[in-house]
Design a protein around this ligand. Structure first.
Ligand code: DC
Length: 245
């Protein structure tokens, strides 16, 4: 892995063009872990777009909003500032200037995020911010609609997936490691099934695997293998292409 990475970075240094890598897929597929590794290997920015939807969901939850009341939600979002700041290379999410990076990581906020992300007014606001961040730098961006809607011109598109059981077990272990002693595996499995269905069936910018995306099933792969697989695709797709130009 190490030798391969050095080789890879040498090639990256020759790389002049701005690049975008889109990592889409359902919850628990390993998107953020893998995207973070890739960004580090390539020395480019990692943007977790799910965190932005979670921040909007958190605000709606705190106000106990009825998300069916679209006018009220649109008004609330108009008055909301979602900021992404990078502290020591790590992404922090700010909601109206409050750092909510930890508060958004609960199973309850996963559901609020999915529910509010159905609304076009929410998506339009956040997509504008995501495109602005990607406008003048290379990025690895993860989410649901990055390759299909946010950055359709992305040079490399990955659709990361795994079986529902594997995804639920990963999420469950993460929660246990964080000290959450109340959420059960079954609860996580149900929550993921709910979000899978809603995120894939919404009308505006749903979760899809586009025809130009590489589908990578991580059910039986460890992190290193997934990262290496994607770096190989990157080499083939981007570096080799540039060498030919
Ligand atoms: O990636 P995540 O689990 O943090 O995302 C939380 C929810 O946010 C997800 O269920 C749907 C929504 N989301 C989205 O609609 N589009 C994105 N690009 C990212 C997340």
């Amino acid at each position: 892995m190490v030798r391969q990475n050095i080789l890879h970075l040498e090639r990256f240094n020759m790389h002049k063009k701005r690049i975008a890598i889109a990592i889409d897929g359902p919850g628990g597929a390993g998107k953020s872990t893998i995207a973070k590794h890739l960004a580090k290997e390539l020395d480019i920015l990692y943007l977790d777009t799910g965190a932005m939807y979670r921040a909007c969901g958190l605000k709606a939850a705190r106000q106990n909003m009825d998300l069916q009341d679209r006018e009220a939600v649109a008004q609330m979002l108009d008055d909301t500032k979602v900021d992404i700041r990078f502290v020591s290379g790590l992404q922090r999410v700010f909601l109206d200037d409050e750092d909510v990076s930890e508060a958004i990581r609960t199973p309850e906020m996963s559901v609020w995020a999915s529910d509010i992300s159905v609304l076009p007014c929410c998506r339009k606001k956040l997509v504008a911010l995501q495109r602005e961040i990607a406008a003048d730098r290379s990025v690895v961006m993860d989410g649901r609609d990055i390759g299909s809607y946010v950055l359709p011109q992305a040079e490399l598109k990955i659709f990361l997936t795994a079986t529902p059981e594997v995804r639920a077990m990963r999420r469950y272990k993460e929660l246990v490691d964080k000290g959450d002693g109340t959420t059960t595996y079954d609860h996580v499995l149900q929550e993921l099934a709910y979000r899978d269905q809603q995120d894939s069936s919404r009308e505006f910018a749903p979760l899809v695997c586009t025809p130009d995306a590489y589908r990578v099933d991580t059910s039986e792969m460890d992190i290193d293998t997934v990262v290496r697989t994607i770096l190989n695709l990157y080499e083939e797709k981007i570096c080799d292409q540039e060498t030919k130009e």
